[in-house]
Design a protein around this ligand. Structure first.
Ligand code: SF4
Length: 383
C-alpha cells in the first residue's frame, strides 16, 4: 500500500476522560471513568461503521481528554479495535497526548510496544505558581522527570503544549518557561493563548471580575515575542500556535517535525474522528459526533451512527474555509484562490503595505503581524 503523507486520511480518537477538570478547559471530558468500558465498546461499533469509507490512514492521533489515563488493558483494547478495522501505513505518525503525572517507565514501554512514535506532553508551564493557578495536577518538577523518562525510553519525537497570557503574567516569566522547554530540545511546541470561554469556571470568574484576563494588546505582544524567540532559535512557526524544530540541512533536505496529522486539518485532507464530539471531513462534507458520552454510547448501542450534525460545504464555503485555514499556516493561500475576488490586487497591495501578508512565489502568506489577526484576513478576500 502506498500512501502519500499529505493526501492519506488521518484518524483522530477522542478519549473523553480526565482525572480532574481544569477550570479553563472547554474540551469535552468527564471525570468519572464509570463508562470507560461502555466507551470502548461504543468505539468498536463506531469504527466498524467506517471501515469501508476510510480503509487506511497514515496518521493516528489519540487526544482528549487524557489518553494517558488509560491503563495497559484499555489502551491495548482500543488499539486492537482500530487495527481490526483499518490499515495503517508502515510510517504512520502515531501521536498520543499525555499528562506529565501519568508518565512512568512502564507506560512508556507500553506506548512503544503499541507503536506510539510521537508524544504530546501537556506541560502547560514550567512555573510552579502558574501550574497552581491553572489547577493542573502536575508540578514542573514532575514534567522534568517525565521528559527524562520519555527520552530514556527512546522517544525521538516529543512535543509540549504550553499556555501563555495568564492574568498578570509578565513576559519574562513566559520567556523563562520557553527557555526551560527548549533546554529539552523538543521537536514540537504548541503555544496557546489562555482563552476563557464563558461556560468554564475560569470564564465565569472573569465575567464576575474575580480574574483579570490580559488585554488584546498584551496578548498580541506575547504572541509576537513567542514568534521571535522561537524562530530565532531555529523553530519553524508553521501555524498560528505551532512550532516545529528543524534539523540542519543534510543531503536529502532539511528535516522538520511538523505534525503530519494536524496539517491535514488545515489543508482539507480527509480525516475521521471517532469518539464523543469528534469531527470528520471527507470530500467537502463535515460531520460531528454527539458531545456527551452518554448520547454517544446510546446511539451506538441502538445501532445508529453517533452523528449529531453534518454539513456539505458549497464551493463558496469551501473557498472561504481554504482562506481561513491557509492564512493560519506558513503555506498561506494560493494566489489563484484570491483572484476570484474582484479588486483582489488592490486588497493585496493594502495588506502587503500594512505588513500583514507577503507574496512568496504563487502564494500569499501571513507575516507574524498578520498571524495575530489571521482570522480576520479572509474577510478581505471573501467574494
Ligand atoms: S487535562 Fe486537558 S482535557 Fe482534561 S480538563 Fe485539563 S486541559 Fe482539559
Amino acid at each position: 500500500m502506498s500512501l502519500h503523507p499529505l493526501t492519506s486520511p488521518g484518524l483522530y480518537v477522542h478519549v473523553p476522560f480526565c482525572q480532574t477538570k481544569c477550570p479553563y478547559c472547554d474540551f469535552y471530558s468527564v471525570t468519572s471513568t464509570e463508562r470507560l468500558a461502555a466507551y470502548l465498546t461504543a468505539l468498536d461499533a463506531e469504527a466498524r461503521l467506517y471501515r469501508e469509507q476510510f480503509p487506511a490512514f497514515d496518521s493516528l492521533f489519540l487526544g482528549g481528554g487524557t489518553p494517558s489515563l488509560l491503563d495497559a488493558v484499555q489502551l491495548s483494547t482500543l488499539l486492537k479495535t482500530l487495527r481490526r478495522y483499518f490499515a495503517f501505513a508502515p510510517d504512520t505518525e502515531f501521536t498520543l497526548e499525555a499528562n506529565p503525572d501519568d508518565i512512568s517507565a512502564d507506560k512508556l514501554h507500553l506506548y512503544r510496544d503499541l507503536g506510539v512514535n510521537r508524544l504530546s506532553l501537556g506541560a502547560q508551564s514550567f512555573d510552579e505558581a502558574e501550574l497552581i493557578f491553572l489547577k493542573r495536577r502536575h508540578t514542573a518538577r514532575q514534567t522534568r522527570q517525565a521528559i527524562e523518562l520519555i527520552r530514556a525510553a527512546g522517544f525521538a519525537n516529543l512535543g509540549f503544549d504550553l499556555i501563555y497570557g495568564l492574568p498578570g503574567q509578565r513576559p519574562e516569566a513566559w520567556l523563562r518557561t520557553l527557555e526551560t522547554a527548549l533546554s529539552f530540545t523538543p521537536e514540537h511546541l504548541s503555544c496557546y493563548q489562555l482563552t476563557l470561554a464563558d461556560d468554564t469556571p475560569m470564564g465565569r470568574q472573569a465575567a464576575a471580575g474575580e480574574v483579570q484576563p490580559l488585554g488584546e494588546e498584551a496578548q498580541r505582544n506575547f504572541f509576537l515575542l513567542t514568534d521571535k524567540f522561537l524562530t530565532e532559535r531555529g523553530y519553524l512557526h508553521y501555524e498560528v500556535a505551532n512550532f516545529a524544530r528543524q534539523e540542519e540541512p543534510q543531503a536529502g533536505g532539511r528535516r522538520h517535525y511538523r505534525c503530519r496529522h494536524n496539517l491535514k486539518y488545515w489543508t482539507h485532507v480527509p480525516y475521521l474522528g471517532l469518539g464523543p464530539g469528534a469531527h470528520s471531513f471527507q470530500a467537502g462534507r463535515r460531520w460531528w459526533n454527539h458531545r456527551s458520552l452518554q448520547d454517544y454510547c446510546a446511539a451506538l448501542d441502538a445501532g445508529l451512527p453517533p452523528v449529531a450534525g453534518a454539513e456539505t460545504l458549497t464551493p463558496a464555503q469551501l473557498r472561504l474555509e481554504t482562506l481561513y485555514l491557509g492564512f493560519r499556516t506558513q503555506d498561506g493561500v494560493a494566489l489563484a484562490t484570491l483572484k476570484d475576488q474582484p479588486g483582489w490586487e488592490a486588497i493585496l497591495t493594502e495588506l502587503t503595505g500594512a505588513g500583514l501578508v507577503e507574496v512568496r512565489h504563487d502564494r500569499v502568506v501571513a507575516t507574524p503581524k498578520g498571524l495575530v489577526v489571521a482570522d480576520r484576513l479572509p474577510l478581505w478576500f471573501a467574494a
